[in-house]
Design a protein around this ligand. Structure first.
Ligand code: URA
Length: 438
């Protein structure tokens, strides 16, 4: 019986800084989804949460109320099933590497991913640059692929967490997106409805991240692990740097090519480090290895043996894609007609590469979406010729812009050059991991 609470009482109590009961939170979510609670009351509630926050128990209640608002998927309680989620960044193709890598080591990963929006890319868009790759599988196909290959990466289908779709749209137009409690509940409700029981989260912090300040990103990581504890889900959340793009490639087909190279043990170092570290947490959560050092060691060997690349090929083929992409990415992936090299006007050490600026310029090239309904061009993007800490001589390569037209390439090249800041003194390479919350 949930109708004993009136929305206005709950709004008032939250406005005054009181904690709401489990039943009150459920009543608000159910009432909003079935249309009894109007937008203006839910907007007032969200704003009260924005200013007053939610305690761990309230976040857990909100997460579960949202998760139960639609379909709930279950993969049974196989302890080897582990999910992975990133809050999103620029050049973040980690899932393309981690998922086949850990699957090759015995972890089972039925992964639901999203599309890119704004300056951040999306795993589904990247995979769709492989000819034939299908991100929408029937529930039966999804299960079969996971059973046969050990991993599948698909888009969300069916009626999963309708409460989040409604609430997110309202938060977007009421300036209430940026609330740790609401973000944590939103992300965790989708993971729980998607059947996750063990989860590794990659919470990005820095210029190109959704939550730039490392202490706020750490707060978000802590909130999500607290929700995990509240619902009996085992969660490890790493806070990783997104000040400069991850790896060297930004853009859909370019990132697939880089991920394949990484799966063959060919780096780049930061992408490999992040994939091995996040993957190691997945192996430990799954009980495949007893501790992180052994898990890291196993994944490093899996990379150099090429078994991760073989697993990626199996997954691509099972999802309808052209598996030859693993042997010869350049022949299979679509390529932009224009490639323009950008060089450094002066010598120095790279102090910073603005990930947000790189994200925006690649979005303008067509690699990302300004609005949800925009189409993307899988061919375009940039590759970096240097990373923070590198020494550059005058005329050295900053990177290459891949574009659909000469005009697009020239405009992007100007913005790309400005994204680099050089120093006259050596700059130490930045740390990739800010910390881990578990
Ligand atoms: N990502 C989500 O899924 N939800 C939020 O609220 C913010 C980012």
């Amino acid at each position: 019986m949930t109708a004993t609470f009136t929305a206005v009482d709950s709004i008032r109590r939250k406005r005054d800084g009181l904690a709401l009961t489990t039943a009150e939170i459920r009543s608000l979510v159910e009432g909003y989804v079935d249309g009894r609670i109007p937008d203006y009351q839910m907007s007032a509630f969200l704003m009260a949460v924005y200013f007053r926050g939610l305690c761990d128990r309230e976040m857990t209640d909100l997460t579960m109320a949202m998760a139960h608002s639609g379909d709930m998927i279950s993969f049974g309680d196989n302890p080897r099933i582990v999910d992975k989620h990133s809050t999103g960044g620029v050049g973040d193709k980690t899932s393309l590497v981690v998922v086949p890598l850990v699957a090759a080591a015995g972890v089972v990963v039925p992964k639901m991913s999203g599309r890119g929006l704004g300056h951040t890319g999306g795993t589904l868009d990247k995979l769709e640059s492989i000819p034939g790759f299908r991100v929408f599988l029937s529930p039966e196909e999804f299960r079969r692929t996971v059973a046969e290959v050990g991993a599948a990466i698909v888009g969300q289908t069916g009626n999963l967490v309708p409460a989040d779709k409604l609430l997110y749209a309202l938060r977007d137009v009421t300036a209430t997106v940026d609330s740790v409690g609401l973000i944590a509940s939103s992300i965790m409700s989708k993971k729980i409805a998607g059947g996750a029981q063990r989860l590794v989260l990659d919470v990005k912090a820095g210029r190109g991240a959704f939550m730039p300040a490392p202490d706020r990103a750490t707060e978000l990581a802590r909130a999500m692990t607290a929700i995990g504890k509240g619902v009996g889900l085992r969660v490890v959340a790493a806070v990783t740097s997104m000040d400069q793009p991850l790896g060297l490639a930004v853009g859909n087909a370019l990132e697939v090519e880089e991920a394949i190279g990484c799966l063959k043990g060919e780096g780049p170092p930061d992408l490999q480090e992040e994939a091995v570290e996040l993957g190691a947490h997945m192996l430990v959560l799954a009980g495949v290895e007893p501790d992180l050092p052994r898990a890291r060691d196993r994944l490093t060997r899996t990379l150099s043996s090429g078994r991760g690349a073989e697993k990626f090929e199996q997954m691509v083929t099972a999802q309808g894609g052209d598996g030859r992409v693993v042997d010869d990415p350049r022949a299979v992936l679509p390529r932009a007609p224009v490639a323009l090299e950008v060089t450094s006007a002066k010598a120095g050490w790279v102090r910073s590469i603005d990930a947000l600026a790189v994200g925006h310029l690649t979005m303008r090239l067509g690699a990302g979406r300004q609005r949800k309904e925009d189409d993307i061009d899988p061919r375009v993007g940039v590759t970096l010729g240097a990373k923070v800490g590198d020494r550059l001589e005058q005329g050295a390569l900053l990177g290459v812009v891949y574009a659909a037209t000469d005009g697009d390439a020239r405009a992007a090249a100007r913005a790309f050059e400005k994204a680099f800041e050089l120093a006259s003194e050596p700059v130490p390479p930045p740390a990739l991991f800010h910390g881990v919350v578990s």
